[in-house]
Design a protein around this ligand. Structure first.
Ligand code: ATP
Ligand code: MG
Length: 769
């Protein structure tokens, strides 16, 4: 499957290609993946890993693995090992390029002294609160620290004494001397070093001052001669500081930072702080609990690295903030497992069936191909058929609706690979609960062929009672019962799904006696299952990786009306998936009265109303934006598609801006000042606390250029400077176009209308004037 996927392309790869074409960095490509070893990697990290290592691989470069370990209190060697294990499992390798920011402490310290000597940093004795007060607010300049004018000698002396441990925590910091009136809050004399009298898992007690991210990260990139430092959007406003530190310390190697949107997934949390809480407070069984979004959890659940890489490729890389539906992840793993899982029979909720027409004591060995849907694939096993069987409780109904194609009194059903049976008697206990069935079989239907002139629609799974093996089966559902845990203002843990794990005592066919931890199967009609590590000989434990029910295809393309019952079952069977049990409804909550009222009042769809209704913080923003004249539909779309995911990604309960700002942003979009892409950039800046949209646009000069003339002249400049690329395009290499669009966009500071750029480029490249 993965092999068929076209090589991904995105704005980062275009940029790297363009840099290589321009022989920037001597044509070298060096990326890095820089986790902090304070937790396990999750599916969001997988996106970053696929990008960092993927780019290096595709451009014959290297990708370093660097532990970003500058915070002694939260880091642990257990996490370092887990991170390495998970990256290797995902299919990537850093080779010899394993690094630790903590190995650079001495070098970083020297660079800090250098900054002081150059008059670009000072020791500041403001407390944290005072510092925040002096920093001021967006749109108004801050105040300079009274310690800002200390002499170089005094600063050097104080910094050395900080290192020696003479001062208590919090009493002073080393700060960059930049600009207290910068519109970018990050540039208002940021702290670079702080005191922490803490034991570090690698450097022990050697240090009691630790560099902060903004100082350590860019310089580590420089020390390692990284070319493309790829990170997520929340670091966008830190880029200016990244560049400042690299320049101010006058290090010889100048790396560049590029940002992309982080992956957000619904029905889960991805903040390591929250994941740690789930582990420590035992809401889950550990970091590798199959319900966790961690790579260790997904692995234990039965996901394959191929499926996760494919998922990341499908999600793609862009700057737009967005939330991906968990159903897409499930859909991708289902496709992958479909091709690699032999089909076997298992019964999750056993109901005893006696075939009273079958001779007592006789056992017939039926032939069961492992790949019944896939003729070229070989392999089969014997399945014993006997007088006593188990079927699934759910496959029998005493009083079924007309379109129930399974077993009921007087009705017939086909047993997979076996015979057609007819229910003749229902046995109940005193409470009226069905405890067993008696059925007859038709010997002429071996292999499931219905006698001439009759028709049996349903096929169900079964096992022979005396040969079946007991197995514990763990069925997983989403970890949270709401799409965006914590977004409603409630504690995210109060929104855990109480039914995320159910364990059932199942019966499985005897061929599974040889199954071992790590094996994968499809239990026909039930889903894909993975043999858990907890399995012991004679005591199998299975995890359901994913059920067969695909809600993604429904989201992506709603099913044709009435595609239920027999036809749907047959279609599913012919696609290789076993027939579905029933056309089940999505596990979506019904729209509440509040949601309905919202929908009615603003002409929204019920889904839109529901989305707003579940997140009160957004409703406030919505109301204010609409009161300012913004179109309700546009507001909802922005809030639900962009704002909500980002809030979750950043672990926020409220967006850091109000409805007035949202209305202003939409107005800029509507009057053409901003393209959709620029609007997303502005939104990201709003999240970074850079103020109101109009002010951001003005300050950054972000206005979209939609006039032809300036774009044409930018295109001409780029074409003139890239004659080789033009020649390659004309020789048939259409891929070059993307790189040229990227270069032109860059030449216009990202402000040109990209479609216009592409149009003009195509026109000119095909010989137009
Ligand atoms: P925290 O949850 O504490 O904010 P983090 O998830 O950012 O931490 P890091 O160890 O700093 O954890 O992440 C390592 C790298 O992975 C960073 O470059 C970060 O940008 C990237 N990353 C983290 N989360 C995601 C995500 N959801 N999608 C894509 N990349 C991510
Ligand atoms: Mg981080």
């Amino acid at each position: 499957m993965a092999a068929d996927t076209p090589k991904p392309s995105d704005f980062i790869r275009e940029k790297v290609a363009a840099d290589r074409a321009a022989n920037k960095y001597g044509g070298r490509v060096a990326t890095r993946f820089p986790p902090e070893p304070n937790g396990y990697l999750h599916i969001g990290h997988a996106k970053a890993i696929c990008l960092d290592f993927g780019v290096a691989r595709e451009f014959d470069g290297v990708c370093h693995l660097r532990m970003d370990d500058t915070n002694p209190s939260t880091e642990d060697p257990e996490y370092v090992e887990a991170i390495q294990r998970d990256i290797r499992w995902l299919g990537f390798d850093w080779g010899e390029n394993m690094f630790y920011a903590s190995d650079y402490y001495e070098q970083l310290y020297e660079l800090a002294e250098k900054l002081i000597r150059l008059g670009r940093a000072y020791v500041c004795n403001l407390t944290e609160d005072e510092m925040a007060e002096y920093r001021g607010v967006v749109g108004q300049p801050g105040k300079e620290s009274p310690y800002r004018s200390r002499s170089v000698e005094e600063n050097l002396d104080l910094f050395r004494r900080m290192r020696k441990g003479e001062f208590p925590e919090g009493s002073c910091t080393l700060r960059g001397k930049i600009d207290m009136s910068s519109p970018n809050m990050k540039m208002r004399d940021p702290p670079l070093y702080r005191i922490k009298h803490a034991h570090h898992y690698r450097t022990g007690d050697t240090w009691c001052i630790y560099p902060l991210y903004d100082f350590a990260h860019c310089l580590s990139d420089s020390i390692e001669r990284i070319t493309h430092s790829i990170c997520t959007m929340e670091f966008e406003s830190a880029r200016e500081l990244y560049d400042w530190v690299v320049q101010a310390t006058e290090v010889p190697w100048v790396p560049k930072q590029t940002e992309f949107a982080r992956l957000n997934l619904n029905y889960t949390v991805m903040s390591k702080r929250k994941l740690l809480q789930l582990v420590e407070e035992k809401h889950v069984r550990g970091w590798d609990d199959p319900r966790m979004p961690t790579l260790a959890g997904l692995r234990r659940r039965g996901f394959t690295p191929e499926a996760i890489r494919e998922f990341c490729a499908r999600v793609g890389v862009a700057r737009n903030i967005s939330t991906v539906d968990a159903a897409l992840l499930e859909h991708t793993v289902r496709e992958d497992l479909n091709a690699r899982s032999p089909r076997v029979l298992a019964v999750l909720h056993p109901l005893k069936v006696t075939i009273d027409t079958w001779p007592e004591g006789e056992i017939e060995q039926l032939d069961g191909p492992y790949w019944p849907h896939d003729v070229p694939k070989e392999g089969s096993r014997k399945i014993p058929f006997s007088r006593e069987l188990y079927i699934d409780r759910e496959d029998f109904l005493e009083d079924p609706p007309k379109d129930f194609y399974r077993l009921a009194p007087g009705r017939s059903v086909r047993l997979r690979h076996g015979y057609i049976i007819t229910c003749t008697q229902v046995i109940k206990d005193e409470a009226g609960r069905v405890t067993a069935l008696v059925c007859s079989h038709d010997p002429s239907t071996r292999g499931g062929i219905a006698p001439k002139g009759t028709k049996v629609d349903g096929t169900i799974q079964w096992v022979s009672a005396s040969q079946a093996l007991d197995a514990q089966v763990r069925l997983y559902d989403r970890l949270f019962s709401v799409e965006f845990p914590g977004a409603s203002g409630a504690d995210f843990k109060s929104e855990l799904n109480p039914h995320s794990l159910s364990e059932v005592a199942a019966k499985v066919e005897p061929s599974l006696a040889s199954a071992a931890a790590g094996d994968r199967f499809q239990f026909e009609r039930l889903g894909f299952f993975y043999v858990d590590l907890d399995s012991k000989p004679g005591a199998l434990v299975f995890n359901r990786t994913v059920s067969l029910k695909d809600s993604w295809t429904k989201i992506a393309q709603p099913p044709a009306r009435n595609a239920r019952g027999t036809r749907a079952e047959k279609e599913a069977a012919s696609k290789g998936a076993a027939p579905k049990v029933t056309a089940q409804a999505e596990p979506r909550p019904a729209a509440s009265e509040g949601a309905k009222a919202l929908s009615r009042a603003h002409g929204l769809t019920e889904d839109e109303g529901r989305a707003l209704d579940t997140v009160p913080a957004l409703q406030t923003v919505f109301d204010a934006a609409v009161a300012k004249g913004a179109k309700p539909k546009a507001v909802v779309s922005l809030l639900v598609n962009d704002v909500l995911g980002e809030m979750r990604g950043r672990d926020l309960e409220m967006p850091p801006f109000d409805g007035v700002a949202v209305a202003e942003l939409l107005a800029l979009l509507q009057d053409g000042t901003l393209s959709t892409k620029l609007a997303k950039d502005v939104l990201a800046a709003m999240f970074a606390g850079e103020g109101a949209p109009r002010a951001i646009v003005e300050r950054r000069g972000m206005r979209q250029i939609a006039d032809r003339a300036p774009v044409e002249s930018a295109v001409e400049t780029v074409l003139a400077a890239n004659a080789d690329a033009v020649a390659r395009y004309r020789a048939g290499n259409a891929n070059v176009l993307g790189a040229l669009v990227g270069l032109t966009m860059k030449a216009t500071g990202g402000r040109a209308n990209p479609k216009l750029v592409a149009d003009i480029l195509k026109h000119k490249l095909s010989g137009g004037a």
